[in-house]
Design a protein around this ligand. Structure first.
Ligand code: SF4
Length: 65
């Protein structure tokens, strides 16, 4: 089972991740990501990995539980 996590010491609120993964990440009124808390399914993993790599602040992580 995989989930997304955000390192808040790094996140700059670019909002890029929400654009790439709208089903998993929303944006708050200041443009910071809000994780929807869903489990990332095997079919969603490639898109989730792309979003992790695209984060300019290296703040988005995929974790296995
Ligand atoms: S792309 Fe990275 S820095 Fe930008 S809002 Fe998402 S987690 Fe934060």
């Amino acid at each position: 089972m995989s989930k997304l996590e955000i390192d808040w010491t790094r996140c700059d609120g670019h909002g890029l991740c929400a654009g790439l993964l709208p089903g998993d990440i929303a944006l708050d009124e200041w443009g910071f990501p809000v994780l929807r808390g869903r489990e990332i399914t095997a079919g969603e993993l490639p898109d989730a990995r792309r979003a992790v790599l695209a984060c300019p602040a290296l703040a988005l992580r995929l974790t296995k539980r």
